[in-house]
Design a protein around this ligand. Structure first.
Ligand code: ZN
Ligand code: ZN
Ligand code: ZN
Length: 259
């Protein structure tokens, strides 16, 4: 399994517009964060999770040329606004709709923002077409299983995803945009080979885990490796990498992990 971090920033991105703090002025590329989304290759199956506003640029940078289906974790702008650029992947499929797995909230958001794209075929050549499907608790595929669980994120729930590759037995948990990791999510991810958690910033936030809360969740999950994502300009890569407990690291744009 391969995990490609296309974006690891919070909703405003880093650098943030009109900010001259040390992280926003940093020349370390690991402090330059586009909005969060992720590409997973599970035994040759290409799964895209969310589409940030920079999705097109992220695809070009990471050379993403294939997509079997898409998962929208929730309908917030920083995860959904890049979805029109999925049109290219519909084109590459011969103009057939791309399956989009999501929640009721995600479906409603897709329908309100991209009403023209909810169709079996693109309304015009080169347009996007989405086949909206409710994400099941367990999506059984020839390459493995993707299990889903709901994570509290303010007034809505985010899809938490756990991939299990059939050929290797490797497990990867992606719990982004959440205030906590409920019991069911904890047991689903327990002991995974890789865990990626919302870590946001040092200070508390009403709808995201901060670094301290994410480290506490990581200790409970006991994954073999944990990476924090969705980071703000409050997190200098070098400074915070040195402060994190053993086994917990910061993700950065362009990071690729093989399991
Ligand atoms: Zn977000
Ligand atoms: Zn800043
Ligand atoms: Zn969100």
């Amino acid at each position: 399994m391969e995990i490609i971090f296309m974006g690891t920033g919070t909703s405003q991105g880093v650098p943030m517009i009109a900010c001259d703090c040390p992280v926003c002025r940093s020349t370390d590329p690991r402090n330059h964060r586009t909005r969060s989304c992720l590409h997973v290759v599970m035994d040759g199956l290409h799964v895209q999770i969310d589409a940030a506003p920079e999705f097109r640029l992220q695809c070009l940078r990471e050379k993403i040329v294939e997509m079997d289906f898409f998962v929208l974790t929730h309908g917030h702008a920083d995860h959904i606004t890049g979805m029109d650029d999925l049109r290219r992947f519909c084109d590459l499929r011969g103009g057939t709709a791309l399956t989009v797995y999501t929640t009721d909230e995600g479906m409603a958001r897709v329908l309100s923002i991209f009403p023209y794209a909810v169709a079996e075929r693109p309304i015009s050549k080169g347009y996007a077409a989405f086949n909206l499907v409710q994400m099941p608790g367990a999506l059984e595929l020839p390459q493995g299983t993707i299990r889903s669980t709901l994570l509290p994120h303010g007034g809505i729930n985010t899809l938490g995803l756990v991939f299990e590759e059939k050929s290797t037995g490797k497990r990867f948990a992606y719990y982004n945009d959440c205030k906590r990791v409920p019991r069911e999510a904890l047991s689903l991810a327990k002991g995974a080979d890789l865990v990626v958690l919302d870590g946001l910033r040092p200070d508390l936030h009403p709808t995201h885990m901060n670094i301290g809360e994410a480290c506490a969740a990581a200790a409970e999950i006991e994954g073999k490796a944990t990476y924090l994502t969705h980071l703000t300009h409050g997190v200098d890569f070098v400074e915070w990498s040195a402060k994190l407990p053993a086994g917990v690291q910061l993700a950065y744009d362009g990071l690729r992990l093989k399991l």
